[in-house]
Design a protein around this ligand. Structure first.
Ligand code: MBD
Ligand code: FE
Length: 313
């Protein structure tokens, strides 16, 4: 039988003191949230009759999570990033904002300041011999299907091992990360490689918890995008490749129907030549529709900690 102590004046007073509700300093919003958070944790201890051994294993779990830097990886694994998307989608729906390419989560592996070019970029450094060549192309248009010229298309993805440059120190600087400005027709084109899906580090904190939940820690092959242009809402999204074992079983819950893209194999030498290639390649088409806005804060990605953010142009 679990003892009930939450309702006692002693525990209620303790929670108020813990959250600083008995003083005038600090930040009122933080106090309210910490009060609720600690209340709910205490309540879990009561309801599940959490033992000291279980409690301390949770404390040291959090400690290890920080030590190996996986908090921003556990968050999407627990559906938190996707939940924020659900909320933003609901806000948009309530405001009558419809249309445009759907958003999906940013993930933890963006690096600011990738090289910029006009219309076209080669993204891979040519060293990934296990990969197939890909051309990713598409047009950025407005809600009337008119091209948006000089939109900034910021693309990043993994290599054939599922690793991202910067976080994977074996890759060259900004490998598979580029910013491309659309041409007069709103078009961007990238020459790159087909990425592999991502898997959480098998010995890491995230996978440790996922194992206890009977879950895998895998993402389908995918390609991340930030798309922005003056006068339009910034869009954070990604494409998930069709036919991957995990396309509809993504541990980070990022797949959306409109964002599943097929890689078409192109054997026609004339089309290869168009892209400066001399053999078969995979073609991925991803068109993006942006919604207009006058609110300047909506034209930028929302602030969050990101690698090299604020350090480069
Ligand atoms: C990734 O590449 C990713 O996009 C997410 C959301 C989580 C882990 C790795
Ligand atoms: Fe990713």
């Amino acid at each position: 039988m679990t003892v009930k102590t939450m309702h006692t004046p002693e525990v209620q007073a303790l929670l108020k003191k813990v959250a600083g509700l008995d003083n005038d300093g600090g930040n009122e919003r933080v106090k309210q949230i910490v009060h609720r958070l600690m209340h709910d944790i205490f309540q879990i201890v009561e309801d599940f009759d959490v033992t000291p051994e279980e409690f301390w294993s949770a404390v040291y779990y959090v400690n290890g999570l920080g030590q190996n830097g996986e908090a921003p990886l556990l968050a999407p694994g627990l559906g938190m990033d996707h939940y924020l998307d659900i909320r933003m989608d609901a806000e948009d729906a309530e405001a009558g904002l419809t249309g445009g390419t759907p958003r999906t989560i940013e993930g933890p592996l963006y690096v600011a300041g990738a090289p910029i070019s006009d219309g076209f970029a080669r993204m891979d450094d040519g060293t990934d011999t296990d990969s197939e060549t890909a051309i990713i192309t598409g047009r950025v248009t407005d809600e009337n299907d008119q091209p948006i010229a000089k939109a900034l298309v910021d693309i990043w993805h993994a290599n054939s091992k599922g690793g991202y440059s910067y976080f994977d120190p074996s890759q060259s600087e900004y490998n598979l990360r580029r910013r491309i400005r659309t041409d007069a027709d709103g078009r961007y084109t990238a020459r790159t490689i087909i990425p592999s899906g991502y898997g959480c580090p098998p010995e890491g904190s995230t996978q440790t918890l996922l194992n206890l939940l009977g879950r895998h820690g895998r993402r389908p092959a995918h390609i991340h995008y930030f798309i922005s242009a003056p006068g339009y809402r910034h869009l954070t999204t990604q494409i998930n490749l069709a036919g991957d074992e995990y396309t509809y079983d993504d541990f980070a819950f990022a797949t959306r129907d409109d964002l599943v893209v097929e890689a078409h194999r192109i054997d026609d030498p004339a089309e290869a030549e168009q892209y400066g290639l001399n053999g078969p390649f995979n073609k991925l088409v991803f068109d993006v529709q942006l919604l207009s806005t006058e609110a300047t804060d909506q034209q930028k990605r929302h602030p969050r900690q990101r690698a090299l953010e604020g350090e480069s142009a």
